[in-house]
Design a binder for this molecule. Structure first.
Ligand SMILES: [Zn+2]
Length: 189
């Protein structure tokens, strides 16, 4: 273990990893280029927020734990869960046990545990429905997909080529942007 790895290793939080056979999520991140999550069915808002700030996040709506574990293993995803069975029962799975009730605090916890930072340039680049990267497009190209009042009042659009959903900066956008800015602010705990 070199000095850099050693210092990160020492900074790791073990408190949420009740099973030491669990390969710690933070170390996992160090050996992978892109971090990927799968959020369990209790964490829909957390999944949406992580998608909003640009992290590859699957929202797993089903009850079947074995399928969730398989997806995490096969796709190399870190499990975000509030289900103690997932944390305690299964070894050699990378996971974060989400403590907070409020979604915004849940995002803060995940960012902190993974030592991740929000980059404003990465925000709003993923489809909130299917996790795919969005493509920037023009009003002309999406004219047949959005209501006329949106077309005349907006100039910037992006679309998901997988599910065909179109995105624009609607009424909720400013509120979401403000929320994201608080996450990106390094002065905030
Ligand atoms: Zn999509």
């Amino acid at each position: 273990m070199d000095m850099f790895t050693g210092s990160l290793y020492n900074n790791m939080k073990w408190k949420n990893h009740t099973n030491l056979e669990n390969f710690p999520a933070f170390l996992h991140y160090m050996v992978n280029e892109e971090i990927k999550f799968v959020a369990d069915r209790m964490l829909g808002k957390l999944a949406t927020y992580l998608l909003m700030v640009g992290f590859d996040t699957l929202y797993f709506r089903e009850k079947e734990i074995t399928l969730l574990l398989r997806i995490a293993r096969e796709q190399n995803r870190i499990i975000l869960t509030r289900d103690t069975r997932l944390i305690k029962g299964i070894a050699v799975q990378r996971s974060i046990f989400v403590i907070d009730d409020k979604p915004i605090d849940q995002v803060r916890q995940v960012l902190k545990e993974m030592d991740l930072h929000v980059n404003m340039d990465d925000c709003f680049c993923r489809c909130l429905r299917c996790n795919r990267r969005l493509r920037k497009t023009t009003a002309a190209e999406v004219a047949h997909k959005v209501p006329p009042y949106v077309l005349i009042s907006h100039t910037e659009f992006s679309e998901c080529l997988h599910c065909n959903r179109v995105y624009w900066k609607g009424t909720h956008h400013k509120r979401m942007e403000t929320m994201i800015q608080t996450l990106a602010d390094p002065r905030r705990p």
